[in-house]
Design a protein around this ligand. Structure first.
Ligand code: BES
Ligand code: MN
Ligand code: MN
Length: 459
């Protein structure tokens, strides 16, 4: 495979690739909000059409009880390695809208980045694979069997994916799953994610009196559920930011000194990290570095909290209810169901008699660690060396992609997390963006990944 030829094709088609991605970004496929239902289906149709245009065969829209899964493949030779490419065409809600510099579904290019909801997570990233396939098809050298599976419910917990995978083991059978839905350290220090966290997400409701009360007449005599909820949440961590839920750390495997040393070697600039986020100091579990906190230690965070009066002006009210949405990010060997259960038991136990507590679990997912010894990882490494001139650094990420553990468990297939995003892309935030350099370099790297996977696979 000729690097100059591939680079030339990408440069020649640059505007076409970008404009196709822009058309996809214009479709507001927000899976969490039913108001966007038609758009989510429309995005699935667009993806199927683009797969077909690129030369992928057997493209289809697979209906589920929720949003469809787009499938397509090109199988040429049973003795070649088979790559299953996974991505998601749904996006997070764009709120808060007033913090966007331009409308989230009217993509604009500024400072060599495409700004739009979903640009980096995950439309811009999975579109890389459709264009890489198109190039391989165009040069008449698709070195591997290829399968595409692009889903539309990732951002809401992929509820229908497990059934789909179980019902389609044969169709999805592959030697490796290839996913671009993570980020790299920086463009100067490309990296490959080798670990993702699991997730346990729940909502808690604390109820005091049976109705809202006058905060003067009743204040100080019955529980204020907001005050109580704050105290309960505050008690979940001690002064060292260690989580206090009994049993929470029981299954966590401590990293070896070698593993910790490897993390410490990663070129991470904490001053730059603080500056970029506008914080004077970092904060987290005592005894661990920032990269350890984000990559290998379990965490607990309130994602949203509400109750009482939040309208304009002042209303003197003692609320009847208070709510919070809480996420726990889990590390290898912790189980999402188990952690959800011990959290729920503990939270009910610490509630004072003066309130009632309800805990509602939402979606979860298991943590995953991917191998750095597999042929596919080596192929990814060589692709980076060829295209970026650097050996990628293996890193652990704090985000969750539950399908990685599911593919491993149900299909026995390991994943390679070939992410091309950057932490500054602001995924899930206002002004999400994806660098055009990263988009195009991702296409180039992916082309070479397939090439090296085939050549490194022993016949
Ligand atoms: N692409 C992200 C996950 C991610 C982001 C991994 C950055 C590594 C680095 C994915 O779309 C996502 O947002 N996942 C959710 C979990 C899901 C179950 C809703 C998450 O991590 O919050
Ligand atoms: Mn994603
Ligand atoms: Mn996401």
């Amino acid at each position: 495979m000729d690097l100059a030829e591939i680079r030339n094709i990408i440069q020649t088609n640059r505007d076409k690739y970008i404009n196709e991605l822009i058309d996809l970004l214009k479709i507001p496929s927000v899976s969490a909000d039913s108001q966007y239902k038609d758009s989510v289906f429309k995005a699935a149709d667009y993806v199927r059409q683009k797969l077909e245009d690129a030369g992928v065969e057997n493209t289809e829209i697979c209906q589920t009880d929720g949003y469809p899964i787009v499938y397509g493949d090109k199988i040429q030779n049973p003795s070649w390695p088979t790559v299953l490419i996974y991505g998601h065409y749904d996006v997070q809600p764009a709120d808060p809208l007033d913090l966007w510099d331009s409308p989230p579904f009217e993509p604009v290019i500024k400072n060599d980045k495409i700004y739009a909801r979903g640009s980096a997570d995950d439309k811009g990233q999975f579109y890389i694979h459709i264009k890489a396939f198109e190039i391989l098809n165009q040069i008449g050298n698709i070195p591997c069997n290829m399968k595409f599976m692009i889903e539309g419910e990732e951002e809401v917990g992929s509820d229908n994916l497990e059934d789909f995978v179980k019902a389609n083991r044969q169709k999805l059978a592959a030697d490796v799953v290839l996913i671009s839905d993570t980020s790299m350290l920086s463009n100067e220090n490309p990296s490959i994610t080798t670990g993702l966290k699991g997730l346990s997400y729940l909502q808690v409701e604390v109820t005091g009196a049976n109705r809202d009360l006058h905060s003067g007449t009743f204040g100080g005599s019955v529980a204020n559920p907001i005050n109580t909820l704050c105290k309960m949440i505050a008690s979940l961590k001690d002064e060292n930011n260690h989580i206090t839920i009994p049993g929470f750390y029981d299954k966590v495997i401590d990293l070896t000194n070698d593993e910790r040393a490897a993390i410490a070697r990663a070129p991470f600039d904490e001053e730059e990290f603080k500056k970029e986020l506008g914080v004077n100091e970092v904060e987290g579990e005592k005894g661990y570095s920032t990269l350890e906190r984000t990559g290998i230690r379990p965490t607990l965070d309130v994602n949203g909290m509400w109750g009482g009066y939040i309208g304009e002006g002042a209303k003197t009210v003692l609320p009847s209810k208070a709510y919070a949405k809480i996420s726990m990010r889990l590390v290898p060997n912790q189980s999402s169901d188990e952690i959800t259960k011990i959290f729920s038991d503990h939270f009910r136990k610490i509630a004072p008699k003066s309130v009632k507590v309800k805990v509602t679990p939402y979606h979860g997912g298991e943590p995953a660690v991917t191998s750095t010894q597999s042929v596919a990882y080596k192929a990814a490494e060589k692709a980076f060396e060829t295209c970026w001139g650097k050996t990628p650094i293996p890193t652990r990420d704090g985000g969750s992609i539950p399908i990685v553990a599911l593919f491993e468990r149900e299909l026995g297939v390991d994943s390679v997390l070939l992410g091309f995003g950057l932490n500054s892309d602001a995924i899930h935030s206002p002004n999400e963006s994806f660098g055009i350099f990263n988009f195009l370099k991702g296409i180039e790297t992916t082309v070479f990944f397939h090439h090296f996977l085939r050549s490194l696979t022993k016949k």
